[in-house]
Design a protein around this ligand. Sequence first.
Ligand code: ADP
Ligand code: ADP
Length: 228
Amino acid sequence: MIQMNNVVKKYPNGVVAANGITVDIKPGEFVYVVGPSGAGKSTFIKLMYREEKQTSGDVIIAGTNLATLKNRQVPQFRRQLGVVFQDFKLLPRLNVYENVAFALEVIEEHPKMIRKRVMEVLELVGLKHKVRMFPSELSGGEQQRVSIARSIVNRPKVVIADEPTGNLDPETSWEIMNIFEEINTRGTTIVMATHNREIVNTIRRRVITIEGGMIVRDVYGGDYGYEG
Ligand code: ADP
Ligand code: ADP
C-alpha cells in the first residue's frame, strides 16, 4: 500500500530530513511513526500525500508512483487518502455537515448519496447530533472527530495522521484512538505519527522509529522505545 525505496528529501535550506528511507506498509496495517522532534516524522508523512516531493528515490502509494505524478494529477491522487492533522484544519465558516460533505461535493457525488454517506461517517465518530454546529462551537476532541469523519468520507484506502492527539487531553486521546482502531478494523491502512508513549505502549502495533531522517527501528507490536 505504501512503498518507499531509498527516499531522500533535502529541503532548499540544505536540511536532509529523509536520508535513505526504505519501507513497505501492507494493506490493512496500523503503523505508528515515533521519534524525537526534528527527526523527520512529518516529512516522512508529507512525502506520502505529496505535500513534499522527494529529492530522490521512489514513493509508491496505493499503486501510484509519486515520482512521475504530474502536479495536475495531485488532487485526484489525494482523494485516495485521508489526512488528519494535529490542529484539525477544519473550515471555520462551514458547519460540521458541510466540512464533511465538502470532499464529496467537489467530486460531484449525487446529493442523496452525499447525505447518506456524511451521516454514516458522522454516526461512526459519534457526532450525528451536532451536524449544524460550527468548529468554534466544538471541543478539541469533537473537532478532531469531524476531521476524522472528513478523512474517511471518500472511503480512502489509507488514512495518514500527523500527531492527531497532540492537542487533546489523555481521555479524549483514547476516544480518538478508538475511532482510528474502528476504521482500521474495517480495512483501512493507518499511518500515525505520535508522541503519545502511553497509547503506543498499550495499543500494540507496528512501530517505526525515525531519527536523523532514517528508520532506526521497525518492530511489529513494539513499544515506544526511546526516552524523551
Ligand atoms: P519531526 O516531524 O520529526 O519533528 P520534521 O520532518 O518536521 O520532523 O523535520 C525534520 C527536519 O527537517 C528538521 O530539521 C526540520 O527543521 C527540517 N524541516 C522540516 N520542514 C522543513 C522545511 N519546509 N524547510 C526546511 N527545513 C525543514
Ligand atoms: P462498504 O461501503 O463496502 O459496504 P464500508 O462502508 O464499511 O464498506 O467501508 C468501505 C470503506 O469506507 C473502507 O474501505 C474505508 O475506506 C472507508 N471507511 C473506513 N473506515 C470506515 C468507517 N469506520 N466507516 C465507514 N467507512 C469507513
